[in-house]
Write a protein that binds this ligand. Sequence first.
Ligand code: HEM
Ligand code: HEM
Length: 125
Amino acid sequence: MTSSLSVHFLRASVLYALAGMALGLHMAASHDHSQMPTHAHLMLFGWVGMTIYAAVYKMWPDTAAGPLPKVHMIVAHLALITLTAGLFIIYSGDIPLGDPIAAVSSIVLFANMALFAWIVWRKVR
Ligand code: HEM
Ligand code: HEM
């Protein structure tokens, strides 16, 4: 379980990096930067944040024990995917549709970060 959690986070993070960079390349090539917040959050949450999660679960294996880290992982992926979709819809122009999706995803991601904080404070020695 210890290694599979970090392996999952790292494998997913490189996919988020490819998706976010593809969006960045599309923005640069089209000279249309309106998806900048979508790109920024996909890169920083998906690539940087998920890689940090992978490193923490690998470097402090105690943090990966028990069911809570698994919940943290599943929620992190689901909420980032819905946040990205919500942001994409907002910055494509449909604010009434995208805003509630992004809002709920943001609150879930915040709660999930609180769960990670709890895991770190309890298990990192
Ligand atoms: C193929 C590589 C990439 C391309 C083509 C690309 C392209 C872009 C473009 C066109 C913008 C909008 C700039 C503006 O309108 O001011 C942008 C912003 C941004 N990019 Fe990328 N990007 C790439 C990789 C990355 C990576 C690796 C990260 C982070 C790990 C990143 C993080 C950001 C952030 C945070 C912003 C927002 C900057 C701000 O708030 O001013 N990008 N990127
Ligand atoms: C619950 C989580 C989060 C919420 C609700 C949130 C919300 C926001 C909002 C409302 C903006 C302004 C967008 C605009 O000007 O149109 C923003 C920009 C930004 N956020 Fe976040 N954020 C969250 C998490 C994060 C995290 C974890 C990072 C980095 C690891 C991050 C990095 C950035 C950056 C670099 C920008 C400027 C880029 C841009 O304007 O597109 N955010 N965020």
